[in-house]
Design a binder for this molecule. Structure first.
Ligand code: HEM
Length: 885
């Protein structure tokens, strides 16, 4: 009755909430802003006995934050903040009590007062200088910078130095990584939607484990603070006032009972959580907005050039002379407030005085969403019954909601079971071809449901772009095949890890250190040397009229280039059986990876590994690891991590710096992945390119003519020549299009994702069929014919920007070895075509080459290309003069 008498803001109906539940959970500030367009700037939401009022205009913001500020400055405490009883000592979560006022006073007068802030100018300039040094270092190395990450590190260090004169993060090492992760971890937990915040009974069981996770992170951070505080207490008298901790400890000494050491730790915790990520995310948004608005960027650069001498670091005193920069920061605050929902709690109805309100607890409960502690003793029985009811109702709502959501989902067109059974052999023999064929009937996006697993197959450039660019963030996980679990490979594997911190660290190392432009350029000589060894072998075969198996020799060359780049040693030979074992084990794993495994579809079968695929893989891995272990142990024993000048040296240095983050086990698994992903892909692409060129005499003579015009006779192609060989480049692109080495990109959805009006359900396997994309007749005229000329005048490359041609994938999971593989392909194909003519062993016509496929980890030629190299006699005479030898 009381409730009815009051005029409440317009109320959101249950139907509206259920309809928008997905959006509310994903991005509540956006969802409620959207709802305010239809429901007005103030509306309320009632969840059982809890009322939430939303205010979405500047007028109402003023009402809350200024006019009614006195009665609206409490906060509802999220369950995550109750870990370690943080809410009882926290400046963020305490209601406006004496304690809270004391804490605010300490912050405003002792830590962030103007004199204190001014006194630390030098510190901030120094931290800015360190950031700029890092950016400068990356600039010299052409290395990408994660803006949010470096801004976070800078904010963290400015804060940690202001508070206790210590750096807590570093740009180039993983030092203090755990602290950083724990700060991020807590803000993630507090930001996660938690059912225990809405249904108080659930907080007893912490159903999503949010409070528990929060507690672990808090404990980690508190342990760091405890160490620092203890050291400070032991080291000196707290008399000087160097940093905030000195000030806090002095206050503690003066009034131990009012301001305990525990209070200090909780205050420091709040300052880190509230201060580090807010600053860094605002900076990141500002940078993003600048990058996408080139006019704004040039205007602000102009202002900076006028106000600040060239190559000079900006000073705080300069800011007043930079009105446009100030306007950019304001505009960023407007568009991207780092905490978009300011959550307060009403103390009484209609702005009654605090004194009156505290006498009127029942009313407070109605408006504030009920804390159990507020219930009077005689109401306990009632509350237990009430909680049971609450739990029951919430479960019903959840179930009903799931059912509604399920109905609302529009899955991509389903592939009927009969078409799967009809095509089962084709799918198992050559899945990319079979699925490409089915996509012609069922469309460019289709869904396969087998038992409880869902697979969505995408087969056009449009959907490739959706998966690899637009929705890339949600499709970057992987579904681990059973063989990937051998020796727990999936827990250390860059190929199989989901998009986790560990995977990012691996990728960062690969992209920035192994395959950066500088590193690749530095190994140019090595590649030329290995190609020269290949050409020498082909030359010997030529003299003996002996056939060359192109796939085999390309495999050996790729293997040796990679093994020298990674381990500074050859691991294969053209003529002898030396290191035969290593090659066989790599091929062995690739063969197992190409087999269909029922344990991947019926999880129960994993227990028995019905085809022995995981067992065989384990056997090959063990043998490969034994070889790696020999090399790694020798280096660890000698302690020499620099004289080999290879990737392993870099990895071992990283391991020495932080053994817990990057173990020897990680190194072995990473090396294995690089060999698996890097060799067969390159060699099979080369074999396909060579086959296509040899069976097309016109293309062959055109390619030879171009090579003759650019490169002197009988001379090996150099990497610097590639840019002058557009026809050779077009041949490689056309090979990528028709014969992608890995034709099916296999990813996994980490949530329900909308793709062009269809819902791809969470955990579904998402397959992008590059084979179908490359042969899509809407994108490519005459799609099945090898026509390098189609690329004339087109600005299309294979580097992940053109979604009709993405042989290396695109987006977050894109191949890291592209710079190496692409150069090797041009170098080897160009040299083989330039220096030799080719004929088949049985003198049959090259035009009739069999182009059937065989699937392993990569797609191979079913009938390996074996051809005899020949040369005209005048060249042979020159060779004796030492051109190729
Ligand atoms: C012609 C040669 C190559 C082709 C066509 C190729 C293609 C691909 C493709 C399609 C992917 C999967 C992308 C996705 O899932 O979206 C991939 C991933 C990968 N490639 Fe390559 N690749 C080649 C050579 C190499 C080389 C030489 C290396 C390194 C030595 C390499 C290392 C990797 C790694 C580590 C991944 C996994 C990336 C991740 O999951 O984050 N690749 N490659």
């Amino acid at each position: 009755l009381q409730w009815k008498a009051k005029r409440l803001p317009p109320r959101l109906t249950l139907y509206t909430i259920i309809q928008n539940l997905g959006a509310i959970f994903r991005s509540p500030h956006k969802a409620f802003a959207e709802l305010s367009k239809t429901h007005g700037p103030i509306f309320c939401l009632k969840i059982l006995n809890m009322t939430i009022v939303f205010m979405c205009s500047s007028h109402l913001a003023k009402e809350v934050l200024q006019k009614q500020d006195k009665v609206l400055s409490d906060r509802p405490v999220p369950d995550a903040a109750r870990a370690l009883n943080h809410h009882e000592q926290s400046i963020v979560w305490l209601p406006s009590t004496t304690k809270w006022r004391e804490l605010r006073k300490i912050c405003v007068s002792h830590i962030f007062s103007s004199p204190k802030i001014l006194a630390k100018i030098g510190l901030r300039q120094e931290k800015l200088q360190q950031l700029l040094n890092h950016v400068h270092y990356c600039c010299n190395k052409s290395q990408a910078i994660d803006i949010g990450q470096v801004a976070f590190i800078t904010s963290l260090n400015v804060l940690s130095n202001t508070l206790f004169s210590i750096d807590l993060a570093s740009y180039d090492s993983n030092w203090a990584y755990e602290f950083k992760q724990s700060v991020l971890g807590i803000s993630k937990q507090i930001g996660s939607p938690n059912t225990a915040d809405y249904f108080l009974g659930l907080s007893l069981i912490d159903p999503q484990g949010i409070r528990q996770a929060s507690k672990i992170y808090m404990k980690n951070i508190m342990a760091v603070f405890e160490g620092i505080v203890k050291q400070r207490l032991e080291a000196r008298e707290i008399s000087e006032d160097n940093d905030a901790l000195d000030t806090l400890l002095k206050l503690h000494k003066e009034n131990n009972s009012e301001f305990s050491l525990d209070d200090i730790k909780h205050l420091l915790l709040d300052l880190f959580i509230a201060g580090a990520e807010t600053t860094s995310s605002t900076l990141q948004w500002a940078m993003v907005e600048l990058f996408r608005n080139s006019k704004v960027l040039s205007k602000v650069k102009l202002e900076l050039q006028h106000a600040i001498p060239k190559d000079t670091q900006i000073q705080e005193s300069d800011i007043q002379n930079l009105p446009y920069l100030q306007a950019i920061v304001k505009e960023t605050y407007r568009l991207h407030p780092p905490i978009p929902l300011a959550v307060h709690e009403a103390r009484c109805l209609d702005g009654e005085s605090l004194a009156k309100m505290s006498r009127n607890k029942d009313q407070t409960q109605v408006f504030s969403g009920l804390g159990l502690a507020h219930l009077k003793e005689q109401e306990t029985m009632f509350s237990i019954v009430f909680l049971i009811l609450l739990f029951f109702i919430s479960t019903c709502i959840l179930v009903a909601n799931m059912a509604l959501q399920g109905k609302a989902k529009k899955l991509p067109p389903n592939l009927p079971l009969y078409s799967i059974t009809q095509n089962i052999f084709a799918i198992s023999r050559s899945p990319h071809q079979a699925l490409a064929k089915l996509s012609k009937t069922y469309g460019p996006i289709m869904c396969i449901k087998l038992w409880n697993s869902t697979t969505v197959v995408m087969s056009s450039p449009h959907f490739a772009k959706e998966a690899l660019q637009n929705q890339d963030k949600f499709f970057s996980d992987r579904l681990v095949p059973d063989l990937g679990r051998a020796l727990n490979h999936h827990e250390h594997s860059i190929l199989l890890l989901p998009a986790s911190t560990k995977w990012r660290a691996f990728r960062k190392y690969c992209v920035s250190y192994m395959f950066s432009s500088q590193k690749i350029e530095a190994k140019k000589g090595l590649r030329q040397e290995k190609v020269k060894q290949l050409l020498k072998y082909v030359h010997d075969c030529c003299n003996k009229s002996q056939a060359v198996e192109i796939g085999q020799v390309a495999f050996t060359t790729s293997l040796n280039v990679l093994s020298n780049t990674l381990l500074n040693t050859d691991l294969a030979s053209y003529e002898s059986d030396w290191a035969y074992e290593f090659k066989q084990h790599i091929l062995g794993i690739s063969k197992q990876a190409g087999k269909r495994n029922s344990a991947d579809y019926f999880w129960g079968l994993r227990l028995i590994d019905p085809h022995g695929i995981r067992r065989a893989t384990k056997f090959h891995m063990k043998n490969i690891f034994a070889i790696f272990e020999g090399i790694v142990n020798e280096r660890l024993h000698s302690g020499d991590f620099s004289s080999n000048n290879d990737v392993l040296d870099g990895l071992l240095k990283l391991h020495k710096e932080n053994a817990s983050e990057f173990s020897v086990e990680d190194i072995k698994h990473l090396l294995l992945d690089l060999f698996l992903a890097g060799i067969e892909t390159t060699s099979s692409t080369l074999e396909w390119a060579m086959s296509e060129v040899l069976r097309n005499p016109k293309i062959l003579s055109k390619a030879k003519l171009e090579l003759q015009q650019v490169i002197p006779k009988d001379t090996q192609v150099q990497e610097s020549d590639i840019q002058n060989l557009p026809y050779l480049q077009a041949i490689i692109k056309e090979t990528y299009r028709l014969h992608p080495a890995i034709p099916l990109l296999v990813h996994q959805a980490n949530c329900n994702v909308q793709v062009s009006g269809f819902t791809v359900p969470k955990n579904a396997q998402v397959i992008v069929n590059l084979y179908a994309v490359g042969r899509d007749s809407n994108a490519w005229p005459n799609p099945d014919t090898f026509i390098p000329e189609r690329f004339w005048g087109l600005q299309i490359d294979a580097k992940g920007q053109n979604y009709g041609l993405t042989p290396y994938g695109a987006g977050r999971r894109m191949c890291v070895g592209l710079p190496l593989a692409d150069r090797m392909l041009h170098l080897v194909l160009g040299s083989l075509l330039h220096l030799f003519d080719w004929k088949l062993e049985d003198e049959s016509r090259l035009e009739d080459l069999n182009m059937d496929e065989r699937c392993r980890f990569t797609v191979q030629k079913a009938f390996p290309l074996k051809v005899i190299p020949t040369r005209d006699p005048s060249s042979a005479t020159k060779d004796q003069a030492g051109h190729l030898n």
